[in-house]
Ligand binder design. Structure first.
Ligand SMILES: [Zn+2]
Length: 282
């Protein structure tokens, strides 16, 4: 499932290849991908519009369009479980899992490929208003212990589910949350309210380091479902310390990595290296 590094990898690849290009329209093979928007409405809204930019907010891809009739016209894409955006050259027919295609002037298409059909793509007139309530970007300047502490709000809930909540921190999913907690030496079951300023700083530094390294490696291909838009697997899966490694030795202390279910999500941690802070009274 794509998280911040995988989405960022896609955005960095697509940006220079799409910016300045004009869309001719949309072809929709699976209408539910539009999440309620009608195929004819999508086609009308994008036809003749030039792409002004491709960016990321949390796990959303935002393709800004040139349309003076709207405040922030864009196509918003969420890859969810298995979505991918790929640029198909002219003359290559769409594959079986292409749900929506945006047709490019000069030939070729931007194909939204999504085997499992959970992904979403739609056009909006005001992208800023259309995006849901999202927490701070962990790679933005200013993200540090105080900001994370404020986002966690001193809650007594466990750290792992809180970090997965996109309203608390934007872009984290199961893989990078487990890896960041390992690097910060924090037990995922620790109540958020148990973290003092130094632990919050360490957690922010760990989140930033893991995400930065994962982007440099173009994400993690745990299975065959994730590929970059260029069709390559990511390389960060080889460097995962705990995620997916239940029962294997901890890279630091050789204790067996534990795998537990926390809020219905598989969670991996070293029971020796990652300490469990108690909730503090504030
Ligand atoms: Zn360990």
């Amino acid at each position: 499932m794509p998280e911040l590094p995988e989405v960022e990898t896609a955005v960095r690849w697509l940006g220079p290849r799409l910016c300045g290009r004009t869309l001719l329209g949309a072809r929709v093979a699976w209408a539910r991908t539009l999440g309620g928007q009608r195929p004819a409405a999508l086609n009308r809204a994008v036809a003749g519009r030039a792409v002004r930019g491709v960016s990321r907010r949390a796990k959303w891809i935002r393709i800004d369009l040139d349309d003076p009739a709207h405040p922030a016209p864009a196509v918003l894409v969420h890859l969810r479980m298995s979505g991918r955006l790929v640029i198909a050259p002219a003359g290559v027919p769409p594959g079986p899992h292409v749900r929506v295609s945006l047709l490019l002037a000069g030939g070729g298409r931007l194909d939204f490929v999504d085997a499992r059909k959970f992904g979403r793509l739609r056009q909006v007139g005001d992208a800023d208003a259309a995006l849901p309530d999202l927490g701070p970007e962990p790679l933005a300047p200013g993200f540090g212990g105080p900001q994370l502490g404020a986002a966690l709000g001193g809650r007594r809930a466990r750290l792992k589910p809180l970090l997965l909540d996109q309203r608390v921190v934007a872009g984290l999913g199961n893989i990078y949350t487990d890896e960041a907690l390992f690097r910060a030496r924090l037990d995922p079951r620790t109540p958020a309210a148990g973290l003092g300023p130094s632990a919050l700083d360490a957690l922010c530094a760990a989140i930033r380091a893991v995400l930065t390294e994962a982007i440099a490696a173009q994400g993690s291909s745990i299975d065959a479902s994730y590929r970059t838009p260029a069709g390559e697997p990511g390389r960060f899966q080889e460097r995962l310390a705990v995620y997916g490694r239940g029962g294997e030795p901890c890279p630091l202390c050789q204790t067996a990595i534990r795998r537990v279910l926390l809020a219905q999500r598989a969670t991996h941690f070293c029971p020796r290296c990652q300490r469990r802070a108690r909730a503090r009274r504030r």
